[in-house]
Design a protein around this ligand. Structure first.
Ligand code: GDP
Ligand code: IMO
Ligand code: MG
Length: 432
């Protein structure tokens, strides 16, 4: 019996999970997504190809590896088919190495309208959702009113769909809106619904099974499985900066319920973190920068959302949040991403504690939004060297190694992987 290793985000998303999953896929037989849906945007870069994935796992560009969309994931059939088409364009045929859980829930067109209506109703307290229908679809799942992919094969699917749609329309109206107040990717509800319903017919040609049995059988046979997280710890429904979070369990515990694996079968937990911080959407961000350094991190890190194109907010590395994330996830190895983005900073900073009401604190406060917290920084000398083509740890600049050691010391966890560019090749794996 083998174990399932997990790779997930420790910050507010976009740490570079897609790149690392693609890089690590060579060592696994199966790559499985366990949470989130089209709100995710995971970027891969290899052989001159740059590709973004949303619902499909980041192992898909390894033809001999099986990829699984687990029960914890939300599937929007039209967005899914667009992803399939863009994979065809770069020479991949996901039909051959992709399994979908029949228990994964569907995102309906009206979920996306509800997302927009909820956000509008919140006014300046809006979450900054990706507007993919995530919150409303998970709400239906928990309320036991959702539709699952397996339902599309049932005779009464159309009726169930109509009932749920009408229920959604009533909810939108109860907020004081009409469905005509919003569009879905520039289309009216009835235009989008036509495409969505035909996508439902089209996805029937994919392999839709009970992936829980599949995954457990594969574990029994000793196959190696990598679970790929979407979003990240600080966006987790329970442990993130609530209510500015997503609606799923993004942490390691989510793997058990999102794939159907017992806790005793969890192996390594790879936690990805940028060498600095970013956040997209609203919500507290203690180390956020509003100065030239923040702009520089944004420009040099190309910090624009993969799913929505929005500019990401930037800031220095927050060790308080990072330690919290490592604790909750049981991180065994850190994967340090995008340190090259800091190549030409004369000084880099790391927040090691917060100042709150005149006292130094080292824990995340209950309500990050209203808490009076100011980061306390330690300065580190920059390395002022172009590092992207360096192939071994020892050859990295000394000042960078000092910064990496400070992260290891602060978290008590070894940095096993250092990523030096978006490309699969520009990666240093230590301790191997
Ligand atoms: P994910 O959501 O965690 O998969 O991350 P995203 O794909 O949303 O955002 C990460 C961005 O950083 C993508 O554009 C990647 O191509 C890029 N990237 C990943 N690793 C590195 C790195 O080490 N250095 C640089 N400069 N870019 C990176
Ligand atoms: P990946 O997997 C960064 C953010 C949104 C918003 C909040 C809720 O690429 O790291 P939602 O649409 O889930 O209801 O939005 O969460 N968010 C992400 N931010 N990366 C992501 O995914 C995100 N998925 C959701 O911006 O603030
Ligand atoms: Mg992303």
């Amino acid at each position: 019996m083998s174990k399932v290793d997990i790779l997930l985000g420790l910050q507010w998303g976009d740490e570079g999970k897609g790149k690392v999953v693609d890089y690590l896929s060579k060592d696994y037989d199966i790559i499985a997504r366990f949470n989130g849906g089209p709100n995710a945007g995971h970027t891969l870069e290899f052989n001159g190809i740059k590709h973004a994935l949303h619902i499909i796992p980041s192992g898909i560009c390894h033809k001999e590896k099986q990829n699984v969309i687990g029960n914890g994931v939300l599937v929007e059939p039209y967005i899914f088919l667009q992803e399939i088409e863009s994979l065809h364009k770069i020479g991949f045929k996901p039909e051959d190495n992709l399994l979908i859980s029949n228990k994964a829930h569907l995102i309906l067109p009206t979920h996306r309208l509800m997302d927009a209506a909820n956000e509008k109703a919140k006014g300046d307290k809006k979450i900054g959702s990706t507007l993919k229908g995530i919150g409303p679809a998970y709400t239906d799942k928990i309320a036991r009113t959702g539709l699952r992919i397996g339902d599309i094969f049932e005779e009464d699917f159309k009726q169930k769909y109509q009932n749920l749609k009408q229920n959604h329309i009533r909810q939108i109206e109860s907020l004081g809106f009409s469905v005509d107040d919003f569009q879905i990717d520039g289309k009216t509800l009835s235009e989008y619904e036509t495409i969505w319903l035909s996508s439902i017919e089209e996805i029937k040609r994919f392999t839709i099974i009970d992936t829980t049995y599949y995954i457990n059988e594969q574990l029994q046979e000793g196959k190696k499985i990598l679970a790929e997280g979407a979003q990240a710890t600080m966006l987790d429904i329970d442990f993130g900066s609530y209510p500015f979070v997503t609606s799923s369990t993004t942490i390691s515990a989510g793997v058990c319920s999102g794939l159907g694996i017992a806790p005793s079968y969890i192996g390594k937990v790879y936690g990805t973190t940028k060498a600095y911080c970013t956040r997209v959407g609203s919500g507290p961000f203690p180390t956020e920068l509003f100065d030239e350094d923040g702009e520089k991190l944004c420009t040099q890190g190309h910090e624009f959302g993969v799913t929505t194109g929005r500019k990401r907010r930037t800031g220095w590395l927050d060790l308080v949040a990072l330690k919290y994330a490592c604790m909750i996830n049981g991180v065994t190895d850190l994967m340090l991403m995008k340190i090259d983005v800091m190549d030409n900073f004369p000084t880099v900073k790391m927040c090691e504690s917060y100042l709150s009401n005149g006292k130094e604190i080292k824990q995340i406060p209950y309500n990050m939004e209203n808490a009076d917290i100011k980061p306390i920084y330690k300065d580190y000398a920059g390395w002022l060297t172009d590092v992207c083509k360096i192939k071994d740890y020892d050859s990295l600049p000394e000042n960078m190694k000092t910064y990496i050691s400070a992260i290891e010391k602060g978290t008590g966890i070894a940095v096993s992987l250092i990523s030096l560019s978006p490309d699969r090749e520009d990666t240093i794996f230590r301790n191997k």
